[in-house]
Write a protein that binds this ligand. Structure first.
Ligand code: PGA
Length: 242
């Protein structure tokens, strides 16, 4: 059975105070039926501890946005698996295109981070996807297959989430057509040995496209950036109509 996971990626937004304000509204807007859907908030490191205490025992899970491959060490500015685990984090985003583009993340480091997440008991959400130039050149499939080949060696597919995030659709308002996202996600699934890996779509997911996205039979959830920052908007997304 493939698990449905709707995750918000807050990126570098939300202070602790803003996170608590968000929760107050968000929790009251989540409908009963989301019980079968996992909801994850990937918050900045500074908000995770407080959110964990506030959410304790509830249905909302927490995710981090990065993890270092060592358990500790002289790596200024990094955070480790045991540090995240200790405060009740369950998921971690790995290889997001913003990390690849602005912070030198490579497939090699993504692979190390994926394996570290699993080693320390966190489920990684691996992001893959092509740029506009790669899509226009007809290389999207090859790029994604190569990312998977480089990112996944040694990774346990029983404990993995993948997000297909076409870079040209991230933060641009330009969504990939739901049927096209479904096609690419089917291709991603064909590259895996575990057919039950949850594969999300990410890139300008909004209340007005989530229902169609979730109607696609290969798509198991969404990774939502901008639209996850507003509690009412994100609640409408997690309450999508199946
Ligand atoms: P977006 O971001 O929803 O703002 O396009 C998605 C992401 O970066 O995960």
């Amino acid at each position: 059975m493939r698990k449905i996971i709707i995750a918000g990626n807050w990126k570098m937004y939300m202070t602790q105070a803003q996170s608590l304000e968000f929760l107050q509204v968000f929790k009251s807007e989540i409908e009963e039926r989301v019980g079968t859907r996992e909801i994850v908030l990937c918050a900045p490191f500074t908000a995770l501890g407080l959110l964990s205490k506030t959410l304790h025992g509830g249905i909302i899970r927490l995710g981090a946005q990065n993890i270092h491959w060592e358990s500790e060490g002289p790596y200024t500015g990094e955070i480790s698996g045991p540090m995240l685990k200790e405060i009740g984090v369950n998921y971690v985003i790995v290889g997001h295109s913003e990390r690849r583009q602005y912070f030198g993340e490579s497939d090699q480091t993504a692979n190390m981070r994926l394996r570290a997440a699993q080693k320390y008991g966190l489920t990684p959400i691996l992001c893959v996807g092509e740029s506009k130039a790669q899509r226009d050149a007809g290389d999207a499939e090859e790029v994604i297959i190569n990312q998977l080949k480089s990112d996944l060696p040694g990774v346990n597919q029983q404990d993995l989430v993948i997000a297909y995030e076409p870079i040209w659709a991230i933060g641009t308002g330009e969504t990939c057509a739901a049927t096209e996202a479904n096609r690419v996600i089917k291709l991603i699934r064909s590259q895996l040995y575990n057919p039950d890996v949850t594969i999300q779509y990410g890139g300008s997911v909004k209340p007005d496209n989530i229902d169609e996205i979730m109607q696609q039979n290969e798509i198991d959830g969404a990774l939502v950036g901008g639209a996850s920052l507003d509690p009412l908007t994100f609640a409408r997304i997690v309450n999508y109509l199946a």
